[in-house]
Design a protein around this ligand. Sequence first.
Ligand code: PMP
Length: 407
Amino acid sequence: MSSTHRPVGLARRTESLSSSAIRDLLALTARDDVISLAGGLPATDLIPVARIAAAAEAVLRSPDAVQYCETAGHRTLRSVIASRESAVRGGVEVPADTVVVTHGSQQALTLLAQALIDPGAVVVIDEPAYTGALQVFSIAEARIEAIEIDADGMDTAELERRLTAGLRPVVVHTVANFHNPRGVTMSEQRRRHLAALADHYGFWVIEDDPYGEIWFAATGSTHGTGAPPPPIACFGDRVIRLSSASKILAPTLRVGWFVAPSAVCAAVELLKQGADLCGSSMTQLMAANMLGDTAWLDAHLTTLRREYACRATALTAALDAEFSARLTVSRPTGGMFAWATFEDGTGTDELLAAALEHGVAFVPGSAFASAEQYGRSLRLSFAGSTPAELAEAVRRLGAAHASIRAH
Ligand code: PMP
């Protein structure tokens, strides 16, 4: 993250503001001649534009769609989300009034930080972490502690050691499914462990899950479909589960949500009244129209899973062929990202500068670290490019790598 200055006349909290390295990079990669594997954008060509238009047409017949709605979200959408959440949780009932709809799940993170975190309070995050979470928790002036993740997600045994040694977080934030940026999924055993630790030590878990529906084939699955294990929220009472329509429908709807105990929902509702009165009735009703059409949604998700799986394989195969043992590449089982680490000492901040000159972009590992780490790693998004574009992107990356190794 790059630092900013505090011009005279601004509040003290603006001192902790810094721009997301990824959003800065997105501005650089908007050039037509750059193939960008940098952003966490869903594939534009797979966004169901015709179905979105039909949803808009249908909801505009209702006067509700053009009016303010309840702060916690339009009742119709909250009911649809509650029933989808109940299905994800294996049939456990999820009341609609435990759902709060937000302007993307990023706003849910911001409002939850305001509701739960006093300045100086401890927040535990994944290492590497979702950059948007890093940004929110630093704006909240939290003391950030990071716990490394491995192939099974956040290392909860390490978290327990730190708790036993006296660490007292108010919040633990984790992306348990198809992690951004590492791509890994937390095991069921660790989910149970984390929920039990939260109940015992009295902290909140924020289970941030925008990618859980984008699972690939049956590889590595425990239930034969490729779906991740049950949500952490199934295993304890102190879990706030966030999700979003951005990756499965379209980011432009700006529809995200969380499910939480009623005291948390009530506090966030008051904060949201102050922030924006309410979200957009129109896009919330459009999301309800699509998410509630299960036959259509299932078919759409099947297409997304098939296409993303195909793109993930195209990317990892091209990287293997280009770099062989010089680069260790993750094997995505869902989501949108591959994580790779150079074994030949290549620094990915330096590589990025060369890569942009060769017309390809990625996010260097340092952007996801709370401390100086991951200098030889990079995150590559396979979602937004076709297999042919991915092959060309990797060819350019190979040329950029050769250009800096030659010096
Ligand atoms: N959480 C995670 C882990 C993400 O990767 C993202 C978006 N990249 C978000 C939350 C926010 O997404 P949105 O606001 O579009 O729902």
